[in-house]
Design a protein around this ligand. Structure first.
Ligand code: CO
Length: 261
C-alpha cells in the first residue's frame, strides 16, 4: 500500500475542514489519530483544532482509546483496576496546556496528580493536603514534583493590580511573593522574563511549603524516602527545566519550621 503520511498543524483549520468530510478517524495515541480516507490510502498524524472538537467526539475518542489500550493486552484495565502504585505525585497548574502524564510520558497508574491554578500549596487547603497525605502516607510515593510552567496566567494575574474576582484570593500567595522579591524582579527589564522568573520562584516557594507540612516531615521521621522536586515546564518547547531545589531531609528545612517529636 502506498501510504501517504502527512502531519497537520493544530491550527490548520482549512485543511481540517477539507479532510474531515472524506476521512474517518481511528485513535492511535493521545493527540494522534489514524485518518483513513474511504480508500484507506493515507496515514495522517493529526490533532483537531480545539474549536472543532464536539462533546460527542470525546466519548467517541474514549471508546477508541479504551480499545487501543487493550489491543494486545486484553487484561490491561482489569489489572489496573485492582490497585495503583504510583511512585510519583505531581502537583501542577490546572492549565490545559500542561497535561501531567503526557509531558513525562507516564501511563495510567504511574502518576498521582493534583492540579490547581498556579500549582499552589496552602497549609489550609484540605484538597491539596489530602492528596499529599494519601500519596505519601498510603501510596508511599517516593517523589513529589511541583511543576509550574512559564507563562502562567495565574502568576501574571498576581503581578497585576487588576481585580479578577475570587481568584485574587487564591493567588494572594503569589502576590506576597512578588512583593517580597520586588527589587530583584524589577531589575529584569523584559516583562515576560520577569513573570517567568516569578513562575520559578513560585515553584521553589511551594516546594518549601510542602517540606514544612507535618505529612512530609512525619514520613521523613519514620524513615520513609520522599524527595520533593521543583520543576518548570516550557509551553513554547514542551521541555521541563529542573530548578534544582530537591528537598529530601528534615535538616534542609529551616529549624523553626521543623515539628518537634
Ligand atoms: Co498556570
Amino acid at each position: 500500500m502506498n501510504a501517504l503520511s502527512r502531519l497537520l498543524s493544530e491550527t490548520d483549520r482549512r485543511q481540517h475542514a477539507t479532510l474531515r468530510g472524506r476521512v474517518r478517524r481511528r485513535f492511535l495515541a493521545p493527540g494522534f489519530y489514524l485518518l483513513a480516507p474511504i480508500d484507506e490510502q493515507a496515514l495522517v498524524g493529526y490533532t483537531p483544532p480545539p474549536d472543532m472538537i464536539s462533546i460527542d467526539s470525546l466519548l467517541e475518542n474514549n471508546r477508541a482509546w479504551s480499545q487501543s489500550m487493550t489491543s494486545g493486552r486484553p487484561d490491561y484495565f482489569r489489572q489496573l483496576a485492582k490497585q495503583q502504585s504510583p511512585k510519583f505525585l505531581w502537583i501542577g497548574c490546572a492549565d490545559s496546556r500542561v497535561p501531567a502524564n503526557e509531558v513525562v510520558g507516564l501511563m495510567p497508574g504511574e502518576l498521582f496528580v493534583h492540579r490547581n491554578v498556579a500549582n499552589l500549596v496552602y497549609p489550609s487547603d484540605l484538597n491539596c493536603l489530602s492528596v499529599v497525605q494519601f500519596a505519601v502516607g498510603v501510596l508511599k510515593v517516593e517523589h513529589i514534583i511541583v511543576c509550574g510552567h512559564y507563562g502562567c496566567g495565574g502568576v501574571k494575574a498576581a503581578m497585576s493590580m487588576q481585580h479578577h474576582g475570587l481568584i485574587d484570593s487564591w493567588l494572594s500567595k503569589i502576590k506576597d511573593l512578588y512583593v517580597r522579591n520586588h527589587d530583584s524582579l524589577d531589575s529584569v527589564a523584559d516583562e515576560e522574563a520577569r513573570s517567568d522568573r516569578l513562575c520559578e520562584l513560585n515553584v521553589v516557594e511551594q516546594v518549601e511549603a510542602l517540606s514544612r507540612t507535618a505529612i512530609v516531615q512525619d514520613a521523613w521521621f519514620s524513615g520513609q524516602s520522599v524527595a520533593i522536586h521543583g520543576w518548570i515546564y516550557g509551553l513554547k518547547d514542551g521541555l521541563i527545566n529542573d530548578l534544582g531545589v530537591r528537598v529530601d531531609r528534615l535538616d534542609q528545612v529551616p529549624e523553626h519550621y521543623r515539628f518537634e517529636r
